[in-house]
Design a protein around this ligand. Structure first.
Ligand SMILES: Nc1ncnc2c1ncn2[C@@H]1O[C@H](COP(=O)(O)OP(=O)(O)O)[C@@H](O)[C@H]1O
Ligand SMILES: [Mg+2]
Length: 251
């Protein structure tokens, strides 16, 4: 059984960092097959993980929409797109990465989105964990390329703006009818100033976790370095590991 973990939250709160740390932590587990999905066009999940992406799903969608002739007749559109997507997955030590990208230009992508949905559903079953760095507006959900999640992790910082956004996204999840089996709040870059007991009470989530402000994370980021080299004993990684042990216990 695979677990789909969606990371959501306002840009700047540390969504990509949390997503990358969860990916690295799960990839470290023996026997786990992990797929990280960069579903935020403004994101840099591949940079955070220290990878250069081969291509994006948006590129494939664009290419097939503009040049239907590139699809070999023997293959059919669906299989061709599926083949291209498999080709685009960057394979790494312990995890794979898929980048959605941003479709450019006009045109109806309904058909291709349908194919994408099917491919995603098949892809998911190949992995133990699928970790998605999602757009703040939950667009992939509204386009229904992802329909259900086992866990939605809302990332916020300690600011009121971050907390309000997390609440708004929770409302959006309701509105869009997204099936999320469990929802969690991660208070990231914490200095300990937020009342966690109050947050537990205020947010309709299954649990609240705290990831402290970590100078190592900030230093790597300001040097333009990825998180793969982050020490496994630093505060942020340990917090993510504790959360992971609780949410996805090793069997
Ligand atoms: N726990 C943390 N401790 C210190 N810095 C952090 C932490 N989490 C994120 N950051 C930093 O905050 C900035 C924004 O993080 P990022 O993950 O890119 O946010 P988002 O994806 O939400 O836009 C980055 O410079 C990142 O290194
Ligand atoms: Mg980001």
């Amino acid at each position: 059984m695979s677990s789909v973990i969606v990371i959501a939250g306002k840009g700047g709160t540390g969504k990509t960092t949390v997503c990358a740390l969860i990916t690295l932590m799960l990839a470290h587990r023996a026997g786990a097959r992990v797929l990280a999905v960069d579903a935020d066009p403004n994101s840099n999940l591949s940079d955070a993980l220290g990878l250069s992406a081969v291509g994006t799903i948006a590129d494939i969608i664009e290419e097939v929409a503009k040049k239907p002739d590139i699809v070999p007749q023997s293959m059919g559109k669906d299989s061709f797109i599926e083949y291209k997507i498999h080709n685009d997955i960057t394979e790494n030590d312990g995890f794979d990465l898929l980048v959605m990208g941003r479709p450019e230009g006009p045109g109806c992508y309904c058909y291709i989105n349908n194919v994408l949905r099917n491919v995603m559903a098949k892809l998911v079953s190949d992995y133990t964990f699928v970790v998605i760095d999602n757009e703040a507006g939950m667009e992939h959900f509204s386009r229904k390329t992802t329909r259900a999640a086992d866990n939605v992790i809302l990332v916020t910082d300690e600011s009121q703006v971050g907390l309000r956004s997390a609440k708004r996204i929770l409302g959006l999840i309701e509105e869009l009818g997204i099936v999320a089996k469990k929802k969690f709040l991660v208070v990231n870059r914490s200095s300990g100033s937020l009342d966690i007991i109050e947050a537990r009470r205020e947010f309709a989530v299954d649990d609240v976790f705290v990831v402290p402000f970590d100078k190592d994370v900030q230093d790597l980021s300001s040097k333009g370095l990825d998180l793969a080299s982050l020490s496994k004993s630093c505060a942020a990684y340990l917090a993510i590991q504790d959360m992971g042990d609780k949410l996805w216990p090793k069997n």
